[in-house]
Design a protein around this ligand. Structure first.
Ligand SMILES: O=C(O)[C@H]1O[C@H](OP(=O)(O)OP(=O)(O)OC[C@H]2O[C@@H](n3ccc(=O)[nH]c3=O)[C@H](O)[C@@H]2O)[C@H](O)[C@@H](O)[C@H]1O
Length: 413
């Protein structure tokens, strides 16, 4: 064999070898991906998000307070949610700059969230579609909005659903909270944060009424545990970065534009359809009760908390001094048995409920809640004024208008 032939042979042989090993390698990569478990249980199914080309200028505009003198610039997360919509509109009404953020997930009917968004559009609040876990988006929002305050209401709510989709609670209430605090600590200026904790943190506590000083280390649902974890995480970010953080423990908030997963809402729906409703009772026929709190009272509490925050002390991600850390109950101080809630609905809807009384399933529910609100009263004059009868009357009026006619309430709060 002459030299050139032997070279050609060697070249041909190594090229074959290269092709062979490349095929083996690609085959292994293919097999690896084939056998890697897919995360079918994505806690928040991803949707393609299309933002309008002018979204950045709309953020800048919406974040401007109406009067130049002293208005806040507030980012409201969960703005298309029940409490988020009411709080955003109230802030805008009084002249603050407000930008909303919401991922419009399908935990409950997204069309209700879109309808709330339409109400906010008319109130000149721009709501950006996006997730609090999107660090890049948060960074951009802080750059554009220069927020002085954050009202963090985005969360996975609902006590019982935590048994069906536990990962969604970790995604929103823990990872989402951390992502938000991370963005806030790096923002310049660092905003002050008010966020939604929950009455459920009292868990199996039996000392009533529930005071902020009572133990909160016995959560009875994963939902409660993630809210309690949030309170501890708040402590950490306050301690390390000087973020001013206020947690609000909401007590079973209800009212117009409410959440369809809550009992007062689906009882109304089922009663009107003539369907049975299940009313839980505790062991030995113990009456289950809730400190139902009307949305307008909660909004006043949220604004009171925002108005009394102190500034965060850090900058550039570095703490410059001790910062404010607070937690408050926002309840009604007047628990009502669930059976009484049904009686009120019967009168307002003029239908007899097909009530099925049954033992409370082991689903994370607690037997009763009752708020001591003296701290919120002392620090920002929180004083709820709506009893369950009056609040449900307003809810039923809205419900009938929204679902059973094309009335004007579809477009207003
Ligand atoms: O304060 C909170 O932190 C929480 O409040 C709310 O939770 P809850 O107080 O449990 O409200 P909700 O589900 O309306 O049940 C009301 C009552 O009806 C009873 N209930 C419920 C369902 C049913 O079929 N039958 C029944 O009797 C049930 O046993 C209960 O006694 C929020 O959903 C939650 O996100 C969180 O914010």
């Amino acid at each position: 064999m002459d030299k050139s032939m032997s070279n050609r042979f060697r070249y041909h042989f190594s090229a074959t070898k290269l092709v062979f090993w490349t095929c083996i390698f690609l085959g292994l990569v293919f097999l690896f991906f084939l056998h890697t478990p897919q995360h079918h249980s994505d806690p928040v199914p991803r949707r393609r998000i299309l933002r309008s080309p002018d979204w950045e200028s709309r953020v800048a505009k919406s974040s401007q307070p109406r009067s130049r003198a002293g208005g806040m610039r507030v980012l409201v997360t969960g703005a298309a949610g029940f409490v988020g919509t009411h709080v955003s509109a109230a802030l805008r009404r009084r002249g603050d700059g407000v930008v909303g953020l919401d991922n419009f997930n399908s935990y409950y009917d997204p069309s209700l969230k879109q309808a709330r968004r339409a109400v906010l559009e008319r109130a000149e609040v721009f709501v950006v579609e996006g997730d609090v876990n999107d660090a890049g988006l948060l960074r951009k929002l802080f750059e554009l909005g220069k927020f002085t305050h954050v009202m963090h209401l985005a969360a996975q709510a609902g006590v019982r659903y935590a048994m069906k989709n536990p990962a969604s609670y970790v995604h929103s209430n823990i990872a989402g909270l951390v992502a938000l605090f991370e963005a806030c600590k790096s923002a310049d200026p660092q905003p002050a944060i008010v966020w939604a904790s929950s009455s459920s943190v009292y868990g199996l506590n039996t000392k009533v009424p529930f005071s902020e000083k009572d133990r909160t280390d016995q959560p009875s649902s994963l939902y409660a545990a993630t809210k309690k974890a949030g309170e501890e995480i708040a402590h950490t970010y306050n301690h390390i970065y000087g973020l001013s953080i206020t947690g609000l423990r909401f007590f079973t908030v209800y009212g117009p534009w409410g959440r369809p997963d809550m009992a007062y809402f689906f009882f109304t729906k089922d009663m009107l359809k003539g369907k049975p409703i299940h009313v839980f009772e505790g062991p030995n026929h113990f009456t289950v009760a809730r400190d139902f709190t009307y949305i307008d009272d909660i909004v006043k509490g949220c604004l009171g908390a925002l108005d009394t925050v102190e500034k965060s002390t850090g900058s550039g991600g570095v703490k410059k001094g001790k910062a404010q850390l607070r937690v408050y109950n926002l309840g009604n101080t007047s628990p009502v048995p669930v059976g009484k809630l049904v009686n009120i609905l019967e009168k307002l809807l003029k239908v007899k409920a097909k009530k099925v009384v049954m033992p409370m399933p082991a689903n994370g529910d607690v037997l009763f809640t009752h708020a001591n609100i003296s701290q919120a009263q002392r620090d920002f004059g929180y004083r709820p004024t709506t009893d369950l009868q009056s609040g449900l009357k307003k809810f039923v009026k809205w419900y009938l208008d929204y679902y059973h006619s094309d009335g004007a309430l579809k477009s207003s709060l």
